[in-house]
Ligand binder design. Structure first.
Ligand code: CP
Ligand code: NVA
Length: 304
């Protein structure tokens, strides 16, 4: 593994190894065992979109690993004024040991990786959110014990989260049902791949999607960059909500996950969010451990 650009680039074994390392780092952290595997290394974090979890968990994670993290606002960098990603990548490779980037186009992330000489980690694009889904998989395994035979139901927009969940859940052997309004389906290539694996259902029937699911998952109806569509989306997504009525169709003891930030009363009811706060905020915590595993795997001098 040289970069983390999207989950489709990883095999099941690579994902499992990352999750095992994340569990180990979490255990060490909880037990006061220091792990300065990235001592003296610097991660540059480029953000052209807002963030709470990604920014803080990467920065703290790097600190806990003995390294340093630099917050680089895309708007304040020359890349925000049109300097090509090809040049930015080659310059940053001279100073840094790794780059984490959150931006709009997946292409920009792929270009940084192609032209630089240091690992690039995708911290969210319009296409996917691989760091989030590694933390989600870690959380699912933590709460349910294993992936085998489990069904995940995702309710809402066929966006970056839906795309990464299709890749991550199917690679780990789970079934996934996506319930979205017509016209808001996930990436067509991923949908084709999911169907070929025989593990994916796409439907606009939320109850059918929730039937017997062990994991109920949702994300916002309007993602960052879609602010102008918000009004139309509020109408189109009406009813695509995880609430107590929908939870009746899920498996007994199903967990509820949300990548956050959440919009109570839209994609999730306040009641269900609070009832499942235990797993939702553990999921947020697991961003830290999962990303530390990614950084160790990509940036440490020797295998851990
Ligand atoms: N889930 C997530 O990526 O959160 P932030 O946008 O706060 O980083
Ligand atoms: N789909 C959301 C995820 C936020 C973590 C967005 O892109 O805004």
């Amino acid at each position: 593994m040289k970069h983390l650009l999207k989950l489709m680039d990883l095999g099941a074994k690579e994902i499992t190894d990352l999750l095992n390392l994340a569990d180990q780092l979490k255990f060490e952290r909880k037990n006061g065992i220091e792990h300065p595997h990235l001592k003296g290394k610097t991660l540059g974090m480029i953000f052209t979109k807002a963030s709470t979890r990604t920014r803080v968990s990467f920065e703290v994670g790097m600190y806990q690993l003995g390294g340093n993290a630099l917050f680089l606002s895309g708007a304040d960098m020359q890349i925000g004024r049109g300097e090509p990603a090809e040049d930015t990548a080659r310059v940053l490779s001279k100073y840094l040991d790794g780059i984490m980037i959150r931006t709009f186009k997946q292409e920009e992330v792929e270009k940084l990786a192609a032209f630089g000489t240091i690992p690039v980690i995708n911290g969210l694009t319009d296409y996917c959110h691989p760091c989030q889904v590694l933390a989600d998989l870690m959380t699912i395994r933590e709460f349910l014990g294993s992936f085998r035979g489990k069904k995940v139901c995702y309710v809402g927009d066929g966006n970056n989260m839906a795309n990464s969940l299709i890749a991550g859940c199917i690679k780990m052997g789970m079934d996934i049902a996506i319930a979205c309004p017509k016209g808001y389906e996930p990436d067509p290539e991923l949908v084709k791949w999911g169907h070929e694996q025989g593990k994916l259902t796409i439907t606009d029937d939320i109850k059918a999607a929730a039937e017997n699911a062990s994991v109920m998952y949702t994300d916002v109806w309007a993602s960052m960059g879609q602010e102008a569509e918000r009004e139309k989306r509020m109408k189109d997504f009406g009813g695509f909500c995880i609430d107590s009525t929908l939870m009746k169709y899920a498996a007994k003891n199903a967990i509820v996950l949300h990548c956050l930030p959440a919009h109570r009363g839209e994609e999730i009811s306040a009641e269900i969010l609070e009832a499942h706060a235990k797993e939702i905020f553990e999921q947020a915590e697991n961003r830290l451990h999962a990303q530390k595993a990614v950084m160790v795997e990509l940036m440490a001098d020797k295998k851990i």
